[in-house]
Design a protein around this ligand. Structure first.
Ligand code: GLY
Length: 351
């Protein structure tokens, strides 16, 4: 079976391994180090057995676990497990487990190593790579966190077989984003191979995850701490966060909101005269349809324009004096940053 390895050239470089049935290999590679497995109650019975008798910290599935309270309990459990500075945390799960475990690892004894074993498509193509860790605060998502790179990532596509359809499709929203950010030919290949991808055939998934990780690795290596270029990874996310906030977090899966956010970003680009590929709206709509992704706000639960506008200004990270600043595509692989969105444009896009 094919497999791939991508190097992430950050300050401390590391490898992302992509393949099928990789968890036993991950377990064997870390066996000599004292480690604990951080996972959630949904993933533990499915995949944690690969790590044998290693101590486990099991949190509740879902976004609510990205909290100060759960972070404190994870840190207490690391103490109870007698983890020392040479210990290792294995994050086995989706983005919540990866973000929470990465943050706990970055804080415990001023920072210990961690390994990411992402088990959702979204985590494999995006959140497990690049070292962003976070929990949510009352004032917003991901407002408390650190940059702390894992020492390795094992993206085992076999784990994607057990994802609910909606969660798998949500990951495809981030796949399309990755293609738009840095791999234009992937956009059309996704359209051509949509059947095999949606059937979750491992030989179709491995190259897709690899290509997305290559995009992410290149961006993160160029701008580890998001001074500039890394903002391109937020393509579609200002609108997505507005949608998620308006709907109530957890109501619309993140990647589905990102998919609609990508359509809105392309529309904004066209409206501002920035688009250099006039076929991009059509190419994007085609891939979204083939992958079963939403492309229009109407494809999501009804959201009022007022709630969407409130959601936009809630996204404190992507704005300047209350005015959202957008990442927009001129073409696939050619993005512009920090474009201020005026009220007329937002009214046209969001109603
Ligand atoms: N998910 C966006 C980033 O890692 O920068």
């Amino acid at each position: 079976m094919t497999r791939a390895t991508v190097e992430v050239r950050t300050g401390y470089p590391y490898e992302v391994h992509i393949g099928s049935d990789l968890l036993p290999e991950a377990a064997a590679r870390i066996a000599k180090r004292t480690h604990v497995v951080l996972t959630d109650a949904h993933v533990a019975p499915l995949w944690a057995k690969a790590f044998g008798a290693a101590p486990r910290i099991v949190v509740a599935p879902g976004e609510a676990s990205k909290s100060l309270r759960v972070l404190e309990s994870v840190l207490d459990e690391l103490v109870a497990s007698r983890m020392k500075r040479d210990g290792l945390v294995v994050c086995l799960g989706g983005g919540v487990v990866g973000d929470l475990g990465g943050l706990a690892a970055s804080l415990y004894m001023r920072g210990i190593d961690f390994v990411q074993c992402p088990t959702t498509l979204l985590a494999q193509v995006d959140s497990s790579v690049g070292g962003k860790t976070a929990i949510n605060l009352a004032g917003g998502k991901n407002l408390a966190g650190t940059f702390h790179q894992p020492i390795a990532v094992y993206a085992d596509v076999a784990t994607l077989a057990t994802l609910a359809d909606e969660e798998f499709t949500s990951g495809l929203g981030e796949v399309v984003k990755s293609a738009l950010v840095g791999d234009p030919s992937l956009l059309d290949e996704l359209t051509e191979n949509a059947g095999a991808i949606r059937a979750r055939r491992v030989e179709a998934l491995i190259p897709v995850v690899e290509r997305c990780v290559r995009v992410k690795a290149a961006v993160v290596a160029a701008d580890e701490r998001e001074a500039g270029t890394r903002k391109t990874l937020n393509l579609g996310h200002t609108f997505a966060h507005a949608i998620e906030h308006a709907a109530g977090y957890g109501t619309v899966p993140h990647g589905l909101a990102v998919s609609v956010g990508l359509s809105l970003a392309v529309r904004a680009s066209a409206r501002l005269g920035l688009l250099s590929d006039p076929e991009l709206p059509e190419r994007l709509a085609r891939v979204q349809t083939r992958l079963g992704l939403p492309s229009e706000l109407e494809h999501l639960p009804a959201l009022t324009p007022a709630a969407l506008h409130a959601g936009l200004t809630h996204d404190k990270k992507g704005q300047d004096a209350g005015r959202p600043r957008l990442v927009l595509p001129r073409a696939a692989g050619d993005l512009v940053l920090d474009i201020p969105a005026d009220d007329a444009l937002l009214a046209e896009l969001l109603g």
